[in-house]
Design a protein around this ligand. Structure first.
Ligand code: IVH
Length: 713
């Protein structure tokens, strides 16, 4: 859970008014005014979050406001009102679903505010104190779980049949959403014979990231098709909440949800005594045996050291998980100890949530710059006031293209929600419209390239604007050179970004071939170029001359010709000349080459200056072994597409890729229906997930060895 669950009906205007005053005026207000302001704000945001499924601010911001109010109330207890958001647990119950009274209340969980490892130690210290343990007593055993970022659900089974699914609501009363929950394939509709007569399983309904992306892509299509009332979702949790509370079950069914069990509510043992367990962990194992998904990471650990280790391990694994977590949860394992510890108001003393730094934060847009890519693509990039999100400080977020920038309607001066999860590039998720300055102007794409001033054009049917300057544009030239020098292209070590900038800006390098005519004296005068580095670079340039046709083709930077396509072309044609004169029809014969790619290759070599660049490079001494196209029979894995993911035991991914390709396989970057095998090593993430989803066979190191033997497992 992220917004502590509260609800109230503050008039939205008050909240909007209050929102403008945040922090700047806080200091000028009396504590009573501050408390009123915070309450109005929190009520407003709880309304957006729970009733509208459309939060305006990130959870981290909400949590801060909430804690600010808590602190104020504890310093001034006289300010506490019965309707304060801090006094309530649970969201509001919607009118549209029947209500359910929970026989065993659905509790909340205390959040450890210290996000560092010390937070785990503080929890263990509290537990030991409460239990009156001495330093010499053995460590307390805990169950460490993931804190899933979805919504809490109570599943009621009577005589082994799912009869009711209810949201938490305010903890006492929730919404009955059985129809929608039945659409979740992971939730058993029927339990085995040995299950208790009455059993309430508590857990989290969530949406996996991949499913979320797919849903939003579908939603975008619908919006584009003009279907009224459709919207995209801000994050997976928000999408899950929307799906669960969708009044039309058939729509809910289109929005794939998942479930993890983590606790129990009401229970009446079976007539013959039923199952026995004395610890939380045993109970989870039993739930698993009855068919409920229990996260595989769930572990039994000893004392503070065990908690800290789990916290750190999960922080490292977090990004690779196919779903969002916002922290971990620690629970005292022994049920007898849980009973001794009891509850404080609505929170058990035996459990705590230990959060990770937020993956969504709020910041402001300082400017929207337009950057020029290697092939001239113009990309609007939001320059942000630095914000710490997802573990790094973010100052830029791509807006992709004009359409996308318009769709999100990001404007200079806007307050935006920025998300960074995993190593995914930071993204502006939405704009906080309430905070938009009155004079903020809509973004429009420049008509001219910001670097060389050439006309910017958008081709029919394309989303991107492009600078028409080609290699006249220094931005494109620089990137063409970086690309050429890339490790997987010509592999010119020591030719870094800064040096390329200088070489281009000083006019020393105008074309790719100029690189091979550089002299030590020219290089030595460049910034940060010691004599030794100049010598090394010249050596690297010399060494790069001896290359392969595949690398050379890739290095040319032909639009749509990636590394794999370049290799495929080299293999198919054997000789550069053959590729340079090949018709689009002939190019289409190459595995991996479709009409767009074929057209792009043809137009590249149709341009005189490109043929001149190729000739100049050959004149400079670049060479590769040319030969006939390899016969398909020598390629046992021809036509086989493989995706590599995770850390392999037997070799690095690059090595595996090269070996597979040498046998004719295509190694792709993403999993699709056309993928034949996914080779998954340790800590494989979303690709593995997608493979399972699409039913693509998944191989381990052994399976890889079989493939490399030229066999198909
Ligand atoms: S236990 C008595 N375990 O976090 C404790 N909650 O307030 C009841 N959550 O809304 C909750 N992962 O939806 C528990 N492994 C986990 C959890 C978890 C996520 C959510 C839950 C609830 C909130 C706790």
């Amino acid at each position: 859970m992220s917004h502590p669950d509260l609800f109230g009906d503050a008039p939205a205007d008050d909240a909007a008014e209050a929102q403008k005053n945040v922090s700047t005026e806080a200091a000028l207000q009396t504590p009573a005014q501050q408390a009123a302001r915070l309450r109005a704000l929190l009520h407003h945001h709880a309304h957006c979050y729970y009733t509208l499924d459309a939060p305006e601010i990130p959870d981290a911001e909400y949590d801060r406001l909430f804690r600010e109010l808590q602190a104020l109330e504890s310093a001034h207890p006289e300010l506490l009102t019965p309707d304060s958001p801090t006094r309530r647990v649970g969201g509001r119950v919607l009118d549209s679903f029947p209500t359910v009274t929970h026989r065993v209340p659905m509790l909340s969980i205390r959040t450890e505010t210290d996000n560092e490892a010390t937070g785990a130690e503080a929890f263990d210290a509290r537990i030991r104190k409460e239990l009156g343990l001495l330093e010499t007593d053995p460590p307390v055993v805990y169950v460490a779980e993931l804190k899933f970022d979805g919504l809490a659900m109570s599943l009621r089974y009577e005589n082994g049949v799912l009869v009711q699914a209810a949201t938490r609501g305010d903890g006492e009363t929730g919404e009955e959403v059985t129809g929608n929950i039945r659409t979740i394939g992971q939730i058993p509709l029927r339990l085995p014979q040995d299950a208790p007569a009455v059993l309430e399983v508590r857990g989290e309904v969530y949406m996996r990231r991949y499913d979320f992306e797919a849903l939003n892509a579908r939603q975008r299509d619908r919006i584009a098709a003009g279907i009224k009332g459709e919207k995209t979702f801000v994050n997976p949790r928000n999408a899950a909440a929307g799906a669960v509370r969708q009044l039309d079950s058939s729509i809910a069914a289109e929005r794939p949800l998942s479930f993890f069990a983590y606790g129990l509510g009401d229970m009446t043992p079976a007539a013959d005594g039923g199952p026995q367990w004395t610890s939380h962990y045993e109970m989870l194992q039993q739930l698993k045996a009855w068919g409920f998904p229990v996260a595989e990471q769930t572990s039994c650990v000893n004392g503070a050291a065990g908690l800290v280790a789990f916290h750190q391990r999960m922080a490292a694994e977090r990004d690779a998980l196919p779903y969002d977590i916002d922290g971990v949860v620690y629970k005292v394992n022994a049920l007898a100890l849980q009973a001794r510890l009891g509850f404080v108001t609505r929170e058990p003393r035996w459990a705590v949530a230990h959060k990770y730094p937020a993956q969504e934060e709020m910041t402001t847009v300082l400017a929207i710059d337009v950057q020029v890519g290697r092939t001239g693509k113009l990309t609007p990039v939001a320059k942000l006031a630095p914000v710490f999100v997802g573990g790094v400080t973010v100052t830029n977020a791509t807006l992709h293209n004009e359409l996308e920038a318009r769709r999100k309607d990001v404007r200079v001066g806007d307050t935006v929600i920025v998300r960074r999860a995993g190593d995914v590039i930071p993204e502006v998720v939405s704009v906080v419209l309430e905070r938009r300055p009155a004079d903020a102007a809509q973004f429009t794409m420049t008509e001219h390239c910001p670097v060389c001033g050439s006309l910017a054009e958008r081709e029919e049917g394309e989303a991107d604007h492009r600078c028409t300057g080609g290699l006249f544009c220094s931005a494109q030239r620089k990137q063409a050179i970086w690309h050429f020098a890339h490790r997987r292209a010509m592999d010119i070590e020591g030719l870094g970004d800064k040096l390329v900038d200088q070489l281009v800006d000083s006019g020393q390098v105008k074309t790719l071939a100029d690189l091979y005519h550089l002299e030590q004296s020219t290089l030595s005068v460049m910034d940060r170029m010691a004599e030794k580095s100049a010598v090394n670079l010249l050596e690297a340039l010399e060494k790069s001359k001896n290359t392969t046709l595949g690398r050379f083709l890739f290095a040319l930077g032909i639009r749509h010709v990636g590394e794999a396509t370049a290799k495929e072309l080299a293999r198919h044609f054997g000789q550069l000349e053959a590729i340079m004169v090949a018709s689009e029809e002939a190019l289409l014969q190459v595995a991996d080459v479709g009409p767009v790619v074929a057209h792009s290759i043809r137009s590249f070599f149709d341009q005189v200056h490109n043929r001149e660049v190729v000739q100049a490079l050959r004149d400079a001494g670049l060479s590769w072994a040319e030969g006939d196209a390899l016969a398909p029979t020598e390629m046992p894995l021809a036509g086989v597409t493989v995706v590599l993911t995770g850390t392999l035991q037997s070799m690095g991914r690059d090595e595996a890729k090269e070996k597979l390709e040498a046998l004719g396989a295509k190694v792709a970057g993403s999993v699709s229906k056309k993928t034949h095998y996914v080779v998954a090593g340790a800590e494989a993430g979303s690709k593995l997930d997608k493979a399972r989803e699409l039913g693509v066979p998944v191989l381990d190191d052994e399976g890889l060895a079989v493939l490399l033997a030229g066999l198909k497992p």
